[in-house]
Design a protein around this ligand. Structure first.
Ligand code: MLT
Length: 262
């Protein structure tokens, strides 16, 4: 059995299904596992495990600063607790940063990788400065303004207002300290592009909304081109959250890929 990760946080999670290897679905910022709720029940009998990352949803807030690598170690610790040796790890946006860190740090436990609306590169100078600005705004004015600035860029035009409302209320429930810790962790994450060619042999699926205004779909194309054998699925008419905007398309893409590759 793998060794318990020191310093990890015990993550809250939900799960469904029984078929191995399980899928672990990691959410983006500033949300929680809910963004995968259509996959939790939409992937047949496959075992699906959906944690809330540190400080998000029902998981405890970290007592101090942490890194994206620490979040990957939390996921490994969750697998330890559940007695799971290896899993397909899927991550959306910030969850994708964590999935790539998991791939680097826990390679032997990786049965496959799904990267959704994410990128492998580090923040550029402008993005780092924007993160610092957001942290300052949270300290001085609270998080509402930061989320309002980001909210419109999450969605494809014409997105369902009920979905938008749900996501807004979930984001509003996240504590300021959790948001600040996550912004620091994203700002300081390393460039994981050098990892990608070495993922040959790891079945990989890359998914992006073709109208994603947060992370350009070009980032998905670049990752898919850099990972030998990766499959790329562009979801037409979806923005940054294809798992809730076009769940049928995403679920069909994951199911097809699982049958063919994992
Ligand atoms: C996310 O959706 O997780 C974030 O937009 C990612 C980021 O800010 O880099």
């Amino acid at each position: 059995m793998p060794i318990q990760q020191p310093g990890s946080i015990e993550l809250a999670h939900v799960e469904a299904g029984t078929v191995a290897p399980p899928l672990v679905l990691l959410h983006g910022f500033p949300l929680d596992g809910w963004i995968w709720h259509r996959q939790l029940t939409g992937l047949g009998a496959r075992r699906v495990i959906v944690p809330d990352l540190r400080g998000f949803g029902r998981s405890p807030v970290s007592p101090g600063r942490y890194t994206i690598d620490d979040l990957a170690d939390d996921v490994a610790a969750l697998l330890d607790r559940l007695g799971v040796e290896a899993a397909v790890v899927a991550g959306l946006s910030m969850g994708g940063y964590v999935a790539l860190a998991f791939a680097e740090r826990h390679r032997l436990r990786l049965a496959g990788l799904i990267l959704v609306g994410t990128r492998a590169g580090a923040d550029d100078a402008a993005t780092r400065a924007a993160r610092d600005g957001a942290i300052e705004t949270i300290h001085s004015e609270g998080s509402d303004k930061v989320f309002r600035g980001m909210s419109d860029r999450l969605w494809a035009p014409g997105a369902d207002p009920a979905l938008r409302e749900e996501v807004e209320s979930r984001a509003a429930a996240i504590s300021d300290s959790a948001l600040v810790h996550a912004l620091h962790a994203m700002r300081d994450r390393p460039d994981r592009r050098p990892l990608l060619p070495g993922l040959s042999g790891t079945p990989t699926l890359v998914i992006a909304g073709d109208l994603d205004a947060m992370i350009p779909p070009a980032a998905a194309r670049e990752m898919a081109a850099a990972i030998p054998g990766a499959r790329l699925v562009m979801v037409a008419g979806a923005g940054h959250l294809p798992t809730v905007e076009r769940p049928e398309v995403v679920n069909a893409a994951i199911r097809d890929w699982l049958v063919g590759e994992v």
